[in-house]
Design a protein around this ligand. Sequence first.
Ligand code: HSE
Length: 413
Amino acid sequence: MKVAVMGYGTIGSGVVEVLEVNKDLITSRVGKSVEVKYILDLRDFPGDPYEDKVVHDYKTIVEDEEVEIVVEAMGGVEPAYTFVKAMLLAGKHVTTSNKNLVAAKGAELIALAQEKNLNFMFEASVGGGIPIIRALNKCLTADRIDEITGILNGTTNYMLTRMANEGVSFDSVLKDAQAKGYAEADPTADVEGFDPCRKIAILSSLVCGKQVNYEEIYTEGITKITEADFAYAKKMDSSIKLLASSKRVGESFCGMVAPFMLSKEHPLCGVNDVFNAVFVRGNMLGDAMFYGSGAGKLPTASAVVADVVDMAKHTHVNVPTIWSSEEIELVDYKESSNRFFVRTTSDKAAIEAVFGGVATDDAHGVMEGSCRIVEYIEGVVPGEIGFTTSSMTEAEFENAVAKIELVGRIRLA
Ligand code: HSE
């Protein structure tokens, strides 16, 4: 069986490596050998063992009937979308690791594959090597999924872990993540949260079977997190993680990507370095967690090749994925409720004039009358006070916090 790989960067070269290293295993699992016939890239790779397979025109692949499966590992929406569509129209199965493509065009490409009795698979687009797409598509189909909350970006998790443990600067740790092949070509997508935003949009689309527009998901990255925030987190026996979540509200969902402070008891607190984890809550299942290598060459390539194997075993049948192009209207994040950790230079009188006093019971999730302060955290940064709130809507919080001198705020999970 002949395969073409589009894009010979970190993931594309990883796919070629996995197919080579695990050749015998893959042959026995598919029932025949799977060979790379073409590698599409703008560049040449003199001295590379696969240099003679490199082509520069995607039409070479489109026009070669021998190629049955195409791997897209180029990244970005265009020209990936044009190339993938052309491959499906030419009767080839496609797998992609490209979350930008899947978040923007997933519904359309799934429908096209279905129409042509082909497959369009994208296991590697979320969670690197963690099998979360297949889990949602095939294993959790008895449940109504009420919540998905994940650490879905390996780069920022790696950065936050090292910043917390070693006090390493944001810039140096970012360079290290890039050197390790975790980061996107433009790391803004990682540190500003755009990458996990697209990933949670993909998972949410699979959960509701409709198009979740990533533009509608409130997204905040980690660029405002400072050493002082980590000092507070340490005092509060917590960690800071970039969470991407989608929570059911009636027939719709509320999505959010933002840094959160997690207490040691939180199931995602111990997920460190480049690891990702996805917490799923189903109405029958209860809670489940999926954990593993969330980024990097071989873990991601492993998920792509698993799709290749699946497609090689389903060459004449579409494996259905339910994700229509009908758009779902998401609930405005301002209506969602969270607890907050706040840093301020205002004094306690000014804080309490806005947030009331300290709640007398310790039912953190419950607002007791007008007392919305759960506890003060003092003595971490001279000249400022930290405090945590009970659960408030985002709109209520924004309104209240505008009345004090705000240094920073992080949501609490
Ligand atoms: N830049 C992404 C991450 C790659 O760090 O998670 C995997 O999608």
